[in-house]
Write a protein that binds this ligand. Structure first.
Ligand SMILES: Cc1cc2nc3c(=O)[nH]c(=O)nc-3n(C[C@H](O)[C@H](O)[C@H](O)COP(=O)(O)O)c2cc1C
Length: 271
């Protein structure tokens, strides 16, 4: 099977592949993404972190404001506490590179302070959204760059379980907030993971107007995800069941129900 068709089958499942089109090495890297949660401890070659951050800084950034930053965390005691905050995700302690991406308007705030001006446009929800989007785009460039070098990774949204404590641990100034972490390293043998199937493309790609009739797409996807979960030795639940479990209870927020107040406390007024 040609590489493009094989990648489509892995991503959507046999029989659910969209039409194949152009193909290259970049697409091969993008489409073979999988999150990895078991890392070797050996460090990647020197200059890897700097190369990854250069790739991250190459992402588009709203109005070139560059309202994001990243903290590379090495100290074992800090990694340990962040791992505990994140529901005991051990890979945070083990991976050779652990990054925390920040929504960061503090640099522009300092610029204004030095210039003796007030940034009337800063205290709005828009600034938090712009800086979180900037951080996400930069992080995804990091992920793709790492995967192109044979390095595996997993995002850690669970740092948002307690952004106040993570901000304290990282010495963040007002106007900077953790958005997510990212573990990077070589995968342990046998822990490379498998490409996780996604919803049928017709559930996501709408043409001209939005089509909400997606229960058929879900019905096709549910057994595919159930089978995937069984293969990964996880509880064999369908995607629909997982969505309900993740969003259906207050408990599953793990403290993030207080996120708004905590983000305001970190210096984003969210007006
Ligand atoms: C912003 C963000 C936060 C995430 N946080 C976590 C996390 O805290 N722990 C974890 O194990 N996976 C985390 N993930 C990984 C997702 O669970 C994973 O991307 C999803 O299940 C799809 O699997 P795949 O990446 O292997 O395709 C996160 C992903 C994103 C995009």
């Amino acid at each position: 099977m040609p590489a493009a068709a094989a990648a489509m089958t892995a991503r959507y499942g046999a029989g659910a592949e969209p039409k194949a089109g152009p193909w290259n090495e970049t697409l091969a890297v993008l489409m073979s993404h999988r999150s990895v949660r078991g890392f070797r401890t050996d460090a990647p070659p020197e200059g890897t972190l700097e190369t990854l951050v250069a790739a991250a800084q190459s992402a588009a950034t709203s109005s070139n404001l560059q309202t994001w930053s990243v903290v590379a965390v090495d100290r074992p005691e800090v990694r340990k506490e962040i791992a505990a905050i994140a529901g005991n995700q051990k890979h945070i302690e083990v991976c050779p590179i652990f990054l925390v991406f920040l929504a960061d308007t503090s640099r522009n705030g300092r610029l204004a302070q030095e210039a003796g001006v007030e940034l009337a446009g800063l205290p709005y929800l828009e600034s938090f959204l712009v800086s979180s989007i900037d951080a996400a785009l930069a992080a995804q460039n990091t992920v793709v760059a790492a995967e192109s070098l044979g390095l595996a990774n997993v995002y850690i949204g669970a740092v948002r379980n307690d952004v106040t404590r993570v901000a304290e641990l990282l010495g963040l100034p007002p106007g900077a907030a953790p958005v997510f972490g990212l573990c990077i390293g070589y995968p342990l043998p046998g822990r490379e993971g498998e490409v996780k199937p996604r919803l049928p493309q017709d559930a996501i790609l709408h043409r001209e107007t939005y089509d909400a009739a997606d229960s058929g797409h879900r019905a096709a996807y549910d057994p595919r995800m159930e089978e995937f979960s069984r293969r990964q030795e996880m509880a064999g639940s369908t995607w629909s069941q997982r969505v309900i479990a993740r969003l259906g209870t207050f408990k599953a927020l793990h403290g993030r129900e207080k996120l708004k107040e905590k983000i305001i406390g970190l210096g984003f007024p969210l007006r």
